[in-house]
Design a protein around this ligand. Sequence first.
Ligand code: FAD
Ligand code: NAI
Length: 464
Amino acid sequence: MSDFDYDLIVIGAGPGGYVAAIRAAQLGLKTACVESRETLGGTCLNVGCIPSKALLHASELFEEAHSGALAKFGVNIAGAALDLGQMQANKAGVVKELTGGIEYLFKKNKVTWLKGKGRFTGAHTLDVDGQKVTGKNIVIATGSSVTPLPGVTIDQQVVVDSTGALAFDKVPAHLVVIGGGVIGLELGSVWKRLGANVTVIEFLDQLLPGMDGEVRKEAAKIFKKQGMALKLGTKVTGVAVKGKKAMVTVEPAAGGAAEQIEADAVLVAIGRRPNTEGLGLDVIGLETNARGQIEIDHEFGTKVPGVWAIGDVVPGPMLAHKAEDEGVAVAENIAGLTGLVNHDVIPGVVYTHPEFASVGLTEEQAKERGEIKVGKFPFMANSRAKANRDTEGFVKVIADAKSDRVLGVHIISTLAGTMIAQAAQAMEFGATSEDIAYTCHAHPTHAEALKEAAMGVQGKPIHI
Ligand code: FAD
Ligand code: NAI
């Protein structure tokens, strides 16, 4: 009989944790997963990826129907009206189905859900709401929470974080978004489409930090054109709530005169930080780094033998698919197999209209490493995009000048999020731009723009 209750206990049932638990159980390990939420699926399924995409889709449909944008296709819709209650109920239904789906998968794979908050009392021992459980291995997959802005109190009524902004029961007349990153632009887009005036306040001089410079410039043009007010290079110094209104005080990031902006709602979206508080890391001698993350080795092991960590709580992009892949890999490593994640090829997508997707190096990063060639193709010249009246954006392929190996791909398009998978797969297989250029792509599709951008690396696109 084993000395431990479980071969593996995972703390946290987000995309990192639930995937690690399922994979471990598939590999024959006796597995439990500790989760304190009422439902499984973590931030992503409950208050992140899934509800935000449900609202992005629904709000896009509303805007198309309501704005008259379909008239050019000969589709006239009179009297389209918003039923926000139904939109929110639909979102809640999607979340319920998917979180329930994880519960089903746990049962199917015989993963035990230990309901409650987990805390280390030893390297192999956890306290889960007063109950002691032991595991030969423990994976920390506790995820992240919103980074607070000093001096700004989130009340989830007037001043909200992403969770509050997913749950408004009426459209705010003026929504001020603090932070021009992924959450600010996705949720800002939702409420803009549903009728709010949206002002985005971003500390840096461009939106979407970390993305390719050209893409970031284009993003500013696109969101301005959609009617968002952008205050770049601006910092928020305070938010005062009076009744149902907020007064947001801002000033230039570089210093200068302060200005006040009145808002009906304020969304704080200035990043997320790892969840390690109350986990008892000190008990097992595990520290966090300057960014609050748990440091790991190549196999996702921490410096404490038998304790592993994955997902938002460790370094790297805070993305669900990165957490999931790490979940598979850590379970395989614990089971004695070789689990790897190629962190150089993690796609990122902003699900606005159009979408912004990227994988690999930005042009700026690639230039720092050596000589490069860049091919670019606009959707203006893509026949399917033309037919759909959907010509905003471009594809950019960055390749090593000598080896022609693809180093990065950046796409702005309504279908960018779907298209980027091809680029990621090509890069995972070590493709050159020529490999993509000589791959037959179906016509007419948006994907042909990727082929043409790859042809452009050698200076020879056909359709431009
Ligand atoms: P989490 O999903 O945060 O899960 C951690 C879980 O651990 C939580 O359920 C928490 O309750 C539990 N937990 C924590 N501490 C304990 C404890 N001590 N005991 C028991 N349980 C504990 N990413 C994408 O890739 N695509 C998207 O479209 C996307 N959209 C997003 C939209 C929003 C609004 C937000 C906020 C995030 C979005 N993300 C998106 C990011 C994505 O949600 C995270 O990267 C992902 O959820 C991280 O997974 P994780 O398993 O590391 O942690
Ligand atoms: P973010 O890091 O994407 O953007 C935060 C922005 O706030 C940055 O541009 C930053 O410069 C700015 N900022 C910071 N302090 C500020 C201040 N005081 N005043 C004004 N601006 C300030 O973080 P965000 O949007 O909160 O999202 C958190 C994480 O969640 C993302 O990093 C991403 O990993 C994940 N996410 C992913 C999504 C996706 O994949 N589609 C969707 C939503 C979230």
